[in-house]
Design a protein around this ligand. Structure first.
Ligand code: GUN
Ligand code: ZN
Length: 432
């Protein structure tokens, strides 16, 4: 047993929908971690169970102890190709992304990259993620193995893509399906790992491959399904030309049985009201990736449109590295605020922190295991120093509320604000 003390923050729900009561905060709080790597208790120190009085303590002072960040959309084979100057999404994919992803055919390259990638997530306070791998089976295997070695909760899968890309990054419907099946059999629900059926998007998957994807999801309904949807205008026009009989982009996935409660669609920027209604009715979710959307000039995600109460589509928050420009979920929250402002909306910091923890965990169907500090969940923790840099410290002096302090961390913070990261009660990162 070990007791960590400091400011303790987590959520029981989305504060935007459930009010401030969904925010749990203790200025003098503690998190008690059992030897099994799970949380034994968390709350205000005044309520510490008497049985824990003698347990070894680690005091984090004014730092904020919160559930580890969950990144709901990130690309492993793009781990080092951030800041590639494409003209738009499709140009960026063709010129920079596909050639870089081609390297992941080589097992040794994928294994080295997997270690670097996951350690980078941990250094940014991200303890769980839904990850796109490359088209190559060996790359997904390398990533699963590296996550298992770190004890992380990770969902990934072999990307399926069988057209409109170089041969070095394409498969075909049959091998794509067989490789996915083999990976599901070996890795899905093994420890903390989850398989995500991963057709890249409608432009790079043929009718036949989308059908295989739908059949995989039908056969394995507890797998996640991830793809991209309605990100850029030129992408949407291309999909319309490739699938002239479908009434919109969402219909392409819908027709292949790819909508549903375990489906996460990255971006969803230009969705019509009717597309949102069908996504909502199917229980599908979209994932907002603000740094990617501004970097690639894709457009402004409108959280009020997507989440409209009469047909709410659940949404998460993600970095989308390497289209995204930061591994930091704090920086991502700050950019989500700016995108919301440009769309005429507000995104309070408490809501961003909810989305980056319990919200994303729930979208990944991991809400019972991670995402908050409830007793029984895995002790995946991120410790944030609201005074990590001279600028943050000066700004923190002005903070008048929890919202204010979190907002400053989101807008000015990044990995420098991560003091330490824990996975299943084990320290996996500590700032030097
Ligand atoms: N759409 C299809 N593939 C990708 C990708 O790798 N990144 C982004 N941002 N969008 C995509
Ligand atoms: Zn993506």
């Amino acid at each position: 047993m070990k007791l960590m003390t400091g400011r303790v923050l987590d959520f029981t729900g989305d504060p935007a929908l459930e009010g401030d009561g969904a925010v749990r905060y203790a200025e003098h709080g503690g998190v008690l971690i059992g030897d099994d790597g799970r949380i034994a208790w968390s709350g205000p120190m005044g309520e510490l169970p008497p049985s824990a009085a003698g347990v070894a303590r680690e005091d984090w002072g004014e730092a904020i102890l919160t559930a580890g960040f969950v990144d709901a959309h990130i690309h492993f084979p793009q781990y080092r190709m951030l800041a590639a100057p494409g003209r738009d999404l499709l140009d960026w994919l063709a010129r920079f992304t596909f050639p870089e992803e081609a390297r992941f055919a080589e097992q040794a390259h994928a294994e080295v990259a997997a270690g670097i990638f996951l350690d980078r997530l941990l250094a940014h306070g991200t303890t769980a993620a839904l990850v796109f791998s490359s088209v190559h089976k060996v790359a997904a295997e390398a990533l699963f193995a590296a996550a298992e070695a770190r004890g992380m909760a990770l969902a990934t899968g072999k990307t399926m893509m069988d057209r409109n890309a170089p041969a070095a990054v394409t498969d075909d419907p049959e091998t794509g399906g067989l490789d996915s099946e083999a990976l599901i059999g070996h890795w899905h629900k093994r420890g903390r790992l989850v398989y995500a059926i991963s057709p890249r998007f409608a432009i790079t998957s043929s009718e036949a491959q989308l059908a295989v994807s739908g059949a995989l999801l039908k056969a394995h309904p507890d797998c996640l399904m991830q793809t991209h949807l309605s990100e850029s205008r030129r992408e949407i026009e291309t999909v319309a030309a490739l699938f002239p009989n479908d009434r919109d982009y969402t219909a392409v996935y819908e027709r292949h049985g790819l909508l549903g409660p375990t489906s996460l669609f990255a971006h969803g920027i230009h969705l019509s009201d009717d597309e949102c209604r069908r996504l909502s009715e199917s229980g599908s979710a979209v994932v907002h990736c603000p740094t990617s959307n501004t970097f690639l000039g894709s457009g402004l995600f409108d959280l009020a449109h997507v989440g409209a109460p009469h047909r709410p589509v659940g949404f998460g928050l993600a970095t989308d590295v390497g289209g995204g420009t930061s591994y930091s979920m704090l920086a991502t929250m700050g950019e989500a605020h700016k995108v919301a402002m440009l769309a005429g909306r507000r995104l309070p910091a408490t809501r961003s922190f909810y989305l980056a923890t319990l919200g994303n965990a729930r979208l990944m169907h991991l809400g019972a295991e991670i995402g908050s500090l409830d007793a029984g969940k895995w002790a995946d923790l991120t410790i944030l120093d609201p005074r990590a840099t001279p600028l943050l410290a000066a700004r923190d002096d002005l903070s008048e509320s929890l919202e204010d302090r979190l907002f400053a961390l989101a807008v000015l913070g990044d990995d420098r604000a991560v003091a330490a990261t824990y996975v299943a009660g084990r320290e996996v990162y500590r700032k030097a």
